[in-house]
Write a protein of this length. Structure first.
Length: 219
Protein backbone atom coordinates (compact mmCIF):
# COMPACT_ATOMS: atom_id res chain seq x y z
CA UNK A 1 0.00 0.00 0.00
CA UNK A 2 1.39 3.40 -0.95
CA UNK A 3 1.50 5.95 1.85
CA UNK A 4 -0.12 9.27 1.00
CA UNK A 5 2.88 10.98 2.61
CA UNK A 6 4.93 10.05 -0.43
CA UNK A 7 2.93 12.57 -2.49
CA UNK A 8 3.99 16.14 -3.03
CA UNK A 9 2.16 18.24 -0.48
CA UNK A 10 1.93 21.35 -2.62
CA UNK A 11 1.73 21.82 -6.32
CA UNK A 12 4.08 24.72 -7.06
CA UNK A 13 1.41 26.12 -9.40
CA UNK A 14 -1.03 26.62 -6.53
CA UNK A 15 -1.47 30.17 -5.36
CA UNK A 16 0.39 31.37 -2.33
CA UNK A 17 -2.69 32.60 -0.44
CA UNK A 18 -3.58 29.01 0.33
CA UNK A 19 -0.18 28.01 1.62
CA UNK A 20 -0.25 27.49 5.38
CA UNK A 21 2.11 29.82 7.13
CA UNK A 22 2.16 27.90 10.39
CA UNK A 23 3.92 24.55 10.57
CA UNK A 24 1.41 21.91 11.47
CA UNK A 25 2.54 19.28 13.89
CA UNK A 26 1.06 15.95 14.82
CA UNK A 27 -0.66 17.34 17.89
CA UNK A 28 -2.86 19.43 15.60
CA UNK A 29 -3.73 16.38 13.49
CA UNK A 30 -4.53 14.53 16.71
CA UNK A 31 -6.84 17.37 17.78
CA UNK A 32 -8.81 16.99 14.54
CA UNK A 33 -8.90 13.21 15.01
CA UNK A 34 -10.37 13.77 18.46
CA UNK A 35 -12.98 16.11 16.93
CA UNK A 36 -13.87 13.39 14.42
CA UNK A 37 -14.31 10.98 17.32
CA UNK A 38 -16.67 13.46 18.97
CA UNK A 39 -18.68 13.89 15.74
CA UNK A 40 -19.08 10.14 15.33
CA UNK A 41 -19.86 9.52 19.02
CA UNK A 42 -22.44 12.34 19.17
CA UNK A 43 -24.07 11.11 15.96
CA UNK A 44 -24.37 7.60 17.38
CA UNK A 45 -25.69 8.64 20.80
CA UNK A 46 -28.98 9.32 22.52
CA UNK A 47 -27.77 10.85 25.80
CA UNK A 48 -30.04 11.63 28.71
CA UNK A 49 -30.87 15.37 28.97
CA UNK A 50 -28.40 15.65 31.85
CA UNK A 51 -25.61 13.89 29.91
CA UNK A 52 -26.35 16.03 26.82
CA UNK A 53 -26.18 19.25 28.88
CA UNK A 54 -22.91 18.17 30.48
CA UNK A 55 -21.36 17.27 27.11
CA UNK A 56 -22.56 20.55 25.55
CA UNK A 57 -20.88 22.51 28.37
CA UNK A 58 -17.66 20.56 27.86
CA UNK A 59 -17.69 21.19 24.10
CA UNK A 60 -18.38 24.92 24.61
CA UNK A 61 -15.39 25.02 26.93
CA UNK A 62 -13.24 23.45 24.16
CA UNK A 63 -14.58 26.06 21.70
CA UNK A 64 -13.61 28.81 24.18
CA UNK A 65 -10.09 27.37 24.43
CA UNK A 66 -9.71 27.23 20.64
CA UNK A 67 -11.04 30.78 20.16
CA UNK A 68 -8.12 32.02 22.23
CA UNK A 69 -5.84 30.52 19.52
CA UNK A 70 -7.80 31.90 16.55
CA UNK A 71 -5.85 32.79 13.39
CA UNK A 72 -6.90 34.08 9.97
CA UNK A 73 -7.92 31.70 7.19
CA UNK A 74 -4.59 31.92 5.38
CA UNK A 75 -2.85 30.79 8.55
CA UNK A 76 -5.22 28.06 9.69
CA UNK A 77 -4.15 24.47 9.24
CA UNK A 78 -7.57 22.82 8.89
CA UNK A 79 -8.10 21.57 5.33
CA UNK A 80 -4.51 22.28 4.33
CA UNK A 81 -2.67 19.20 5.55
CA UNK A 82 -2.30 17.67 2.09
CA UNK A 83 0.12 15.14 3.57
CA UNK A 84 -2.51 13.44 5.73
CA UNK A 85 -5.80 11.78 4.79
CA UNK A 86 -8.70 14.11 5.47
CA UNK A 87 -6.37 17.13 5.36
CA UNK A 88 -7.00 17.82 9.07
CA UNK A 89 -10.51 19.07 8.29
CA UNK A 90 -13.12 17.44 10.50
CA UNK A 91 -15.96 17.54 7.94
CA UNK A 92 -13.87 16.03 5.15
CA UNK A 93 -14.10 12.24 4.86
CA UNK A 94 -10.74 10.61 5.52
CA UNK A 95 -9.65 9.90 1.96
CA UNK A 96 -6.38 7.98 1.61
CA UNK A 97 -4.86 9.01 -1.70
CA UNK A 98 -2.64 6.15 -2.82
CA UNK A 99 -1.48 7.19 -6.27
CA UNK A 100 -1.44 10.33 -8.38
CA UNK A 101 0.09 10.20 -11.85
CA UNK A 102 -0.12 12.91 -14.51
CA UNK A 103 -3.50 11.56 -15.66
CA UNK A 104 -4.86 9.22 -12.97
CA UNK A 105 -5.41 9.10 -9.22
CA UNK A 106 -6.67 6.43 -6.83
CA UNK A 107 -7.77 6.47 -3.24
CA UNK A 108 -9.63 4.65 -0.50
CA UNK A 109 -12.24 5.92 1.90
CA UNK A 110 -14.32 4.54 4.75
CA UNK A 111 -17.07 6.59 6.33
CA UNK A 112 -19.02 6.12 9.55
CA UNK A 113 -22.41 7.14 10.74
CA UNK A 114 -21.44 10.83 10.88
CA UNK A 115 -21.47 10.79 7.08
CA UNK A 116 -24.53 8.54 6.80
CA UNK A 117 -27.71 9.28 4.90
CA UNK A 118 -29.48 6.30 6.31
CA UNK A 119 -27.48 3.08 6.51
CA UNK A 120 -25.47 4.35 3.53
CA UNK A 121 -23.28 7.29 2.56
CA UNK A 122 -25.16 10.58 2.42
CA UNK A 123 -25.61 11.91 -1.10
CA UNK A 124 -23.76 15.12 -0.31
CA UNK A 125 -20.70 13.28 0.92
CA UNK A 126 -19.99 11.43 -2.32
CA UNK A 127 -19.31 14.71 -4.21
CA UNK A 128 -17.01 15.84 -1.38
CA UNK A 129 -14.91 12.72 -1.91
CA UNK A 130 -14.91 13.05 -5.70
CA UNK A 131 -14.06 16.75 -5.49
CA UNK A 132 -11.10 15.97 -3.28
CA UNK A 133 -9.60 13.30 -5.53
CA UNK A 134 -10.44 14.90 -8.88
CA UNK A 135 -9.19 18.32 -7.76
CA UNK A 136 -5.94 16.77 -6.60
CA UNK A 137 -5.49 15.23 -10.02
CA UNK A 138 -6.69 18.28 -11.97
CA UNK A 139 -4.14 20.47 -10.20
CA UNK A 140 -1.24 18.01 -10.21
CA UNK A 141 1.64 17.50 -12.65
CA UNK A 142 2.56 21.19 -12.56
CA UNK A 143 -0.77 22.28 -14.06
CA UNK A 144 -1.72 25.82 -13.01
CA UNK A 145 -4.48 26.21 -10.45
CA UNK A 146 -7.98 25.35 -11.68
CA UNK A 147 -11.37 25.55 -10.02
CA UNK A 148 -14.28 23.16 -10.14
CA UNK A 149 -16.81 24.38 -12.71
CA UNK A 150 -19.08 21.35 -12.43
CA UNK A 151 -19.21 18.01 -10.74
CA UNK A 152 -22.00 15.83 -12.11
CA UNK A 153 -22.46 12.83 -9.85
CA UNK A 154 -24.48 9.71 -10.64
CA UNK A 155 -25.48 7.53 -7.69
CA UNK A 156 -25.55 3.95 -8.98
CA UNK A 157 -25.85 1.90 -5.79
CA UNK A 158 -25.86 2.50 -2.02
CA UNK A 159 -22.38 3.09 -0.67
CA UNK A 160 -22.05 1.10 2.56
CA UNK A 161 -20.77 2.57 5.82
CA UNK A 162 -17.79 1.19 7.76
CA UNK A 163 -16.55 -0.42 4.55
CA UNK A 164 -13.53 0.52 2.50
CA UNK A 165 -14.51 1.95 -0.87
CA UNK A 166 -12.08 2.59 -3.69
CA UNK A 167 -12.13 5.80 -5.68
CA UNK A 168 -10.54 6.41 -9.06
CA UNK A 169 -10.02 9.52 -11.14
CA UNK A 170 -8.84 10.11 -14.67
CA UNK A 171 -7.99 13.18 -16.70
CA UNK A 172 -9.87 12.50 -19.91
CA UNK A 173 -9.26 15.67 -21.90
CA UNK A 174 -7.99 19.22 -22.00
CA UNK A 175 -9.19 22.11 -24.19
CA UNK A 176 -7.49 25.39 -23.52
CA UNK A 177 -8.17 26.26 -19.86
CA UNK A 178 -10.64 23.40 -19.47
CA UNK A 179 -9.71 20.05 -17.91
CA UNK A 180 -12.24 17.25 -18.12
CA UNK A 181 -12.10 14.58 -15.47
CA UNK A 182 -13.98 11.41 -14.76
CA UNK A 183 -14.18 9.44 -11.54
CA UNK A 184 -15.74 6.34 -10.03
CA UNK A 185 -16.36 4.89 -6.59
CA UNK A 186 -16.50 1.14 -6.02
CA UNK A 187 -17.52 -1.22 -3.26
CA UNK A 188 -15.50 -4.23 -4.34
CA UNK A 189 -16.59 -4.75 -7.93
CA UNK A 190 -19.81 -2.82 -7.50
CA UNK A 191 -19.92 0.67 -8.99
CA UNK A 192 -21.61 2.85 -6.38
CA UNK A 193 -21.14 6.26 -8.05
CA UNK A 194 -19.45 7.93 -10.97
CA UNK A 195 -18.77 11.54 -11.85
CA UNK A 196 -17.91 13.89 -14.69
CA UNK A 197 -16.04 17.00 -13.63
CA UNK A 198 -14.76 20.14 -15.27
CA UNK A 199 -11.90 22.19 -13.85
CA UNK A 200 -11.19 25.59 -15.39
CA UNK A 201 -7.73 27.07 -15.09
CA UNK A 202 -7.82 30.44 -13.40
CA UNK A 203 -6.67 33.55 -15.18
CA UNK A 204 -4.01 35.47 -13.25
CA UNK A 205 -6.49 38.18 -12.23
CA UNK A 206 -8.79 35.52 -10.78
CA UNK A 207 -6.01 34.32 -8.50
CA UNK A 208 -5.38 37.91 -7.41
CA UNK A 209 -9.06 38.30 -6.62
CA UNK A 210 -8.94 35.30 -4.38
CA UNK A 211 -5.91 36.73 -2.69
CA UNK A 212 -7.67 40.07 -2.13
CA UNK A 213 -10.77 38.35 -0.82
CA UNK A 214 -8.67 36.49 1.67
CA UNK A 215 -6.87 39.63 2.80
CA UNK A 216 -10.09 41.59 3.08
CA UNK A 217 -12.20 39.10 4.99
CA UNK A 218 -13.32 39.63 8.57
CA UNK A 219 -11.43 37.71 11.18
C1 LIG B 1 -16.01 20.32 3.59
C2 LIG B 1 -14.68 19.79 3.45
C3 LIG B 1 -13.70 20.82 3.23
C4 LIG B 1 -12.38 20.20 2.92
C5 LIG B 1 -11.28 21.10 3.20
C6 LIG B 1 -11.18 22.24 2.23
C7 LIG B 1 -10.28 23.27 2.78
C8 LIG B 1 -9.53 23.84 1.69
C9 LIG B 1 -8.53 24.74 2.23
C10 LIG B 1 -7.50 25.06 1.48
C11 LIG B 1 -7.39 24.55 0.11
C12 LIG B 1 -6.62 25.42 -0.72
C13 LIG B 1 -7.20 25.44 -2.11
C14 LIG B 1 -8.61 25.77 -2.06
C15 LIG B 1 -9.12 26.18 -3.42
C16 LIG B 1 -10.54 25.90 -3.44
C17 LIG B 1 -11.06 25.88 -4.84
C18 LIG B 1 -12.44 25.41 -4.81
O1 LIG B 1 -12.88 24.87 -3.87
S1 LIG B 1 -13.38 25.67 -6.08
C19 LIG B 1 -14.97 25.73 -5.35
C20 LIG B 1 -16.05 25.39 -6.28
N1 LIG B 1 -15.90 26.10 -7.52
C21 LIG B 1 -16.16 27.40 -7.64
O2 LIG B 1 -16.53 28.09 -6.72
C22 LIG B 1 -15.99 27.97 -9.05
C23 LIG B 1 -16.90 29.14 -9.27
N2 LIG B 1 -16.84 29.49 -10.68
C24 LIG B 1 -15.84 30.24 -11.19
O3 LIG B 1 -14.97 30.70 -10.47
C25 LIG B 1 -15.86 30.46 -12.66
O4 LIG B 1 -17.12 30.16 -13.17
C26 LIG B 1 -14.80 29.58 -13.39
C27 LIG B 1 -13.39 29.98 -12.91
C28 LIG B 1 -15.02 28.09 -13.15
C29 LIG B 1 -14.91 29.85 -14.90
O5 LIG B 1 -15.09 31.20 -15.12
P1 LIG B 1 -14.17 32.08 -16.13
O6 LIG B 1 -14.76 33.43 -16.23
O7 LIG B 1 -12.75 31.97 -15.70
O8 LIG B 1 -14.21 31.34 -17.46
P2 LIG B 1 -15.39 31.20 -18.52
O9 LIG B 1 -15.01 32.00 -19.68
O10 LIG B 1 -16.72 31.42 -17.90
O11 LIG B 1 -15.26 29.63 -18.84
C30 LIG B 1 -14.11 29.10 -19.47
C31 LIG B 1 -14.59 27.93 -20.28
O12 LIG B 1 -15.16 26.96 -19.36
C32 LIG B 1 -16.56 26.74 -19.71
N3 LIG B 1 -17.33 26.59 -18.50
C33 LIG B 1 -17.23 27.30 -17.37
N4 LIG B 1 -18.10 26.87 -16.45
C34 LIG B 1 -18.77 25.86 -17.03
C35 LIG B 1 -19.79 24.98 -16.58
N5 LIG B 1 -20.31 25.08 -15.33
N6 LIG B 1 -20.22 24.05 -17.42
C36 LIG B 1 -19.73 23.92 -18.68
N7 LIG B 1 -18.73 24.72 -19.15
C37 LIG B 1 -18.27 25.65 -18.34
C38 LIG B 1 -16.97 27.99 -20.50
O13 LIG B 1 -18.08 27.73 -21.35
C39 LIG B 1 -15.71 28.31 -21.24
O14 LIG B 1 -15.63 27.41 -22.32
P3 LIG B 1 -15.05 27.90 -23.75
O15 LIG B 1 -13.67 28.43 -23.46
O16 LIG B 1 -15.99 28.94 -24.22
O17 LIG B 1 -15.06 26.63 -24.61
Amino acid sequence: MTESTTLDIWNPGWPDPFRPTVDADDEYADLVDALREVQEAVTRSLPTPEAAAEAAATLREVARQMRSHEVDEDTQIAGKRWDIPGKAHALAPVLHIDTVTDTTATGRVTVGRFHSGRYAMNGGVTPLIFDELLARLANSAGRPWGRTAYLNVNFRALAPLHTELTVTAELVGQEGRKRFLRGAMYHGDILVADVDGLWVELKPEQTQNISKDLEGRDR
